[in-house]
Design a binder for this molecule. Sequence first.
Ligand code: GTR
Length: 326
Amino acid sequence: MIKQLSTSVLTAGALALASNIAIAAEFKGWNIHSDGYPNTVAMDKFGELLAEKTGGEVTLKMFHGGTLGSQPDAIEQVRIGGLEVGNFNLGPIGPIAPEANVVSLPFIFKDVPHMFRVLESEGGQMIADGMEAKGIIPLAWFDSGARSFYNGAKPIQTPDDVVGMKVRVMNNDLYSGMIAELGGNPSPMAFGEVYQALKTGVVDGAENNWPSYESTGHFEVAGHYSLSQHLIIPECICVNTDKFNALSAEHQSAMREAAQEAGMLQRELWAERAAASREKVVASGVKVNEIADKGPFQAAMAPVYERYLAENPDLRPLVELIQQTD
Ligand code: GTR
């Protein structure tokens, strides 16, 4: 909620009030992850830095562990201003911002450094502009590693191994299409429901990065992790466009700086956690398999690109820009 402070003299505050600029604000933030997860630590750091850099005039109260609802709901809330801030994955943002959906094309990024190079250049600006127009400004990008398939029955080595398999995906038609192209049955589902679904056999498998596979306990109920690395999706510290624009210029830059610093911290913590998570699940007995040739997966998933481009012909240059970025 934005608080506008009244003042009797013509101070910066009164000027701000007159021009409808908020001089103080209390923001609420959504995050799906548990305590100690890199994103959770970084979001708390973001709040701390924001308060510090604005002399306590802009504050953030974080709600972790998905207590404020599922990610698609939280995205909608931030979009309409019911909530101000979120640590969002661009996966479930894609359905509302076609530019952001480009990152959900399987194998679009060569690796995580390539993803960051794109995000920090013109392509990233196009993605950010597309999101901003839909009510969400990304202030900083987070590392989210690469997502790979896991299930309880067998190692996945070729697309044939996915045939007939019921696989949980995030809410985004591109992911449902991706599984369908492999011959599997996609099952869109909220993150918080996946553990039970895997345990009870409602789904056979899912896909995620090392830290989420580990932090959710999915590894306990789906012990084959196959390094398909088919999706490399950034996450962001996001803020509602109008609420951000209502801040003074000083507060806006303080918020951007705080987000950038928290983003850098997240990337460091991510690298450590990804290694630790992998070590932990392997020690618990999880079988990890490399996929020597990812070509057949890429080939099978190619129609996902065709459909995306057919629906968004104007975004072909963005796809090509990413593919041509070294
Ligand atoms: C995690 C990501 C979450 C959420 C989750 C999921 O890796 O950090 O924001 O998108 O995956 O699979 O739903």
